[in-house]
Design a protein around this ligand. Structure first.
Ligand code: CA
Length: 237
């Protein structure tokens, strides 16, 4: 992160909630922009290049799910980093549904939520953006990690399977590197939460599941094995 204030795009059609979020973020010294519908959210993600996106699921125009997909697709097409997305849902079962779909949001919060909790979660995501920006340029530092047909270039933060590049979000990349650091070893969801998300409590294990789903969708379903009740293991070919 440069010394300038983080820029957060808030896509939320309920003006009261949007205003509350903006006030809280500005109190942190951050810059917040709000838009009230899906298409405007996709456009603002391109024009503003925000550091983070807070995205409501139920939106006029196109829903948050599709907005999230388009933001990721645009980033991949233009070869630029995709900002982490924190998705706001109306109910816990809606969160479950999105996790099940492997939408690729970086975190989820169910309304109503505390602004303090929102800021705490966004700060975790910001640290990840910071880490991604301070990596050494390609060709320097660590050599690529090669596991079977999977190649992870940690210096350039790029991933290839059978020489085809997979476009991962910063969180997905960090999770993959964590799994790849101990291949064929089961890592518990709590351990992954602590290592990748810096979370000490286990309340976010669904977030882990969501990112595992996204990794399987992008890299192939058989690459990561589920050990029920325990966690996940990377099983390179
Ligand atoms: Ca809404």
């Amino acid at each position: 992160m440069s010394s300038s204030a983080p820029v957060v795009l808030v896509v939320e059609d309920e003006p009261e909630i949007a205003t509350q979020i903006v006030r809280r973020l500005e109190a942190e010294g951050w810059t917040a922009h709000t838009v009230g519908d899906g298409p405007a959210g996709v456009e603002a993600a391109t024009t503003l290049r925000p550091d983070l996106v807070v995205l409501d699921v139920m939106l006029p125009g196109i829903d948050g799910l599709e907005v999230c997909r388009r933001i990721q697709a645009q980033g991949a097409a233009e070869g630029r980093p995709v900002p982490p997305v924190l998705m706001l849902t109306a109910r816990d079962d809606e969160t479950d549904l999105l996790v099940g779909l492997g939408v690729g949001a970086d975190d989820y919060m169910t309304k109503p939520f505390s602004m303090r909790e929102l800021v705490a979660r966004l700060k975790v995501l910001l640290r990840r953006v910071e880490r991604a920006r301070t990596v050494t340029p390609a060709g320097e530092g660590e050599p690529p990690l090669v596991l079977g047909d999977l190649t992870i270039d940690r210096a350039a933060r790029r991933v290839f399977r059978n020489d085809v590049e997979a476009h991962l979000t910063p969180t997905e990349f960090d999770l993959l590197v964590c799994l790849a650091s101990s291949p064929r070893t089961v890592l518990s969801r709590e351990r992954l939460l602590a290592d990748v998300w810096d979370w000490a409590d286990a309340s976010g294990t669904r977030t882990v599941d969501s990112h595992i789903k996204a990794l399987r969708r992008k890299l192939g379903p058989e690459l990561i094995r589920t050990v029920h009740g325990v966690g996940y293991a990377l099983e390179p070919a």
